[in-house]
Ligand binder design. Structure first.
Ligand code: THU
Length: 143
């Protein structure tokens, strides 16, 4: 499959995952879709908690699902987010960039060229590499 079509599919999977966000406190729903080295997609959503600090972000949900299933190689992650009311169909007014903790979790399992797709829709998205969004990082040695 052509890379752009694959990207669209990954963003669409993030939009679908966002529907399952558990975010009664912030009402900020986030969805992520993580593409493994072998081509599977793991979806994640944010899961909040009445004790706010126990909240898990969508990106980490996707990573922890995949890692706990034995996956160790990752190619890309797509992320979408926004308040429930701001959503217009499958289009979101703002881009949800991954938080610092999630970037650090990516750093643990991904190489410098790991791709991060952050979008307002499957047609309108930005693309970064991990080394761009987490320069001069601390983590396992990069080969
Ligand atoms: N959130 C994510 O799921 N991913 C991020 O990278 C940033 C923040 C969630 C956590 C919380 O449930 C809500 O967004 C508001 O911070």
């Amino acid at each position: 499959m052509e890379e752009r079509a694959r990207d669209r599919e990954l963003i669409q999977a993030a939009i679908e995952a966002r529907e399952r966000a558990y975010a009664p406190y912030s009402d900020y729903l986030v969805g992520a879709a993580l593409l493994t080295g072998s081509g599977e997609i793991y979806q994640g959503c944010n899961i909040e908690n009445a004790s706010y600090g126990a909240t898990n972000c969508a990106e980490r949900t996707a990573f922890f699902k995949a890692v706990s299933q034995g996956k160790r190689e990752f190619r890309a992650i797509a992320i979408v987010g926004g308040k429930r009311k701001s959503q217009q169909g499958d289009v979101f007014p703002d881009i949800a960039y991954p938080c610092g903790i999630c970037r650090q979790v990516m750093r643990e399992f991904c190489g410098p060229e790991f791709r991060i797709l952050v979008g307002k829709s499957a047609e309108d998205y930005e693309e970064y590499t991990l080394k761009e969004i987490l320069p001069e990082s601390f983590g396992p040695k990069w080969n």
